[in-house]
Write a protein that binds this ligand. Structure first.
Ligand code: DX5
Ligand code: ZN
Length: 218
């Protein structure tokens, strides 16, 4: 486990008219990854951005692009996101048809594979795939919108995942997404990577990112 959190600002809360500038600002403020929320208006009741935007932002940052697919039929779009320059591609267990195939397809496209679940989905659903993935994402809000409140009942999932990963020496990093601020970050000690949208973009970026990193007690 890492001794500081890695921070993945979600560009969902950025100013899209100034996206290049926003990404450069969070990068120089210490961000580790850039989190890209892809929504299709079907899997979640909101529409955001797709692979063409990932392609545009790829050359503006050296940071890994962490693409969170909240879409139906994710299999259909994996190639587009890989070609666009995604580093991590995370799919929802509720949306994939053949989970193992899908994760292996992501890896065969040269990307790192992530698996995630809605807050209401039992952790058992993803445990059989834990040995396959580079990333497991615990949703601490209902996917679809930024700015929601952290669901603390989800912390148990983080703790169980930590035990499973350590016990079996799996490579997966644990990421948490939704309602992250300094106070809720402190409750996620067993995580490795924190996604933060509104907390980063509504505050001074450096203050927010450094504060979140330091929320890990060593
Ligand atoms: C929610 C998205 C999150 C969202 C987080 O569906 O997956 O990544 O941007 O935003 P905050 O940090 O504002 O909860
Ligand atoms: Zn997300």
């Amino acid at each position: 486990m890492l001794n500081k959190f890695m921070i993945a600002p979600s560009i969902l809360s950025a100013d899209f008219a100034r996206l290049e500038n926003e990404i450069k600002k969070v990068e120089s403020a210490g961000a580790d990854w850039i989190h890209v929320d892809v929504m299709d208006g079907h899997f979640v009741p909101n529409l955001t951005i797709g692979a063409p935007v990932v392609k545009c932002i790829r050359p503006v940052t050296k940071l890994p692009l962490d693409v969170h697919l909240m879409i139906e039929n994710p299999e259909k779009y994996l190639n587009d996101f890989a070609q666009a320059g995604a580093d991590y591609i995370t799919v929802h267990i509720e949306a994939v048809k053949e989970t193992e195939n899908c994760l292996k397809q992501i890896q065969s496209l040269g990307c790192k594979a992530g698996i995630t679940l809605r807050p209401g989905t039992r952790l058992d659903r993803i445990l059989p795939y834990l040995h396959l993935v580079e990333l497991v994402l615990v949703m601490t809000v209902e996917p679809g919108f930024g700015g929601q409140s952290f669901m603390k009942q989800q912390i148990e999932k983080i703790n169980i995942l930590r035990k499973e990963i350590d016990k079996n020496k799996y490579k997966a990093l644990i990421e948490v997404d939704g309602g992250i601020n300094i106070e809720t970050a402190r409750q996620c000690q067993n995580a490795d990577v924190l996604v933060a949208g509104s907390f980063v973009f509504k505050n001074d970026y450096k203050y927010a990112i450094e504060g979140l990193k330091a929320a890990k007690c060593n």
